[in-house]
Design a protein around this ligand. Sequence first.
Ligand SMILES: [Cu+2]
Length: 286
Amino acid sequence: MLEQLIDLMNRLNVNMLSWLPEAASTYAQAIDEVFYIIYIITGLAFLLVTVLMFWFLLQFKARPGRRARYSHGNVALELIWTIVPTLVFLGIFFYSQSTWSIIKYPSAFPESDVHVRVVAKQFAWEFHYPGPDGEFDTDDDKMFDGEMYVPVNQVVGLTLRGADVIHSFFVPEFRLKQDILPRRDIPAWFNATKTGRFETPCAELCGPGHSGMKGWVNVYDDAEYQAWVAEQWPPAPVEEAPVDTGAVETGQEDAPQSDMPQGDVPPQSEADPMDPEESGQADTVE
Ligand SMILES: [Cu+2]
């Protein structure tokens, strides 16, 4: 019924209803339905009030011989206009409760294999990845400035952390918006259903650079995402680690395969500059 109504309004090109950006997460549709229902209810209330107002204006305008009359009120009318809106609000509450809870209550969150820590600071987004060990604040962590990379059709668990003032993480296409508070980790999640590049503007006025505070969520398909992971955390150094600790000689024996170790060194040297940044930022956050 609702879908048919939405479809009809879209076909009639009722522009207010086509202003929403494309829906690209698993719960976007449910959020939109709640939005449409509230929109239709408030739209009807607006029409009713406006029509009644003009009708009263004409009906009770000043006329020769008509005197003003004192009215104490009408108990039945007052009960009706108290009870009806109360029921409407309760209806909206119960209707939206299931959608709200799965997005906002951590106990209702789905399991996720991909975890990203989002650090908001004046005026940038940092996206921290725990690396292959799955643990944050370890040596294999990586931080990406303003760019998040996630796989499509997978639950992505977020930890939203504020470094200074209140910010708000917002991905319009996912219908995900969550305030970020300083000194607090707030969990969130999404499951993107479309690949692409989605903007994450900060949605809370956070200072003079607020308007320039934005980042991007890059949603990759499985192959692209695996390739990205392999590029960021090349498997070779992990395999080589036991060789290094095992014996120095074997490490030298590997040396003739000069391409591999040389190829491996840059990622490590890349990783090293990351560490001071990482720990420095962690210090400022904590
Ligand atoms: Cu901000």
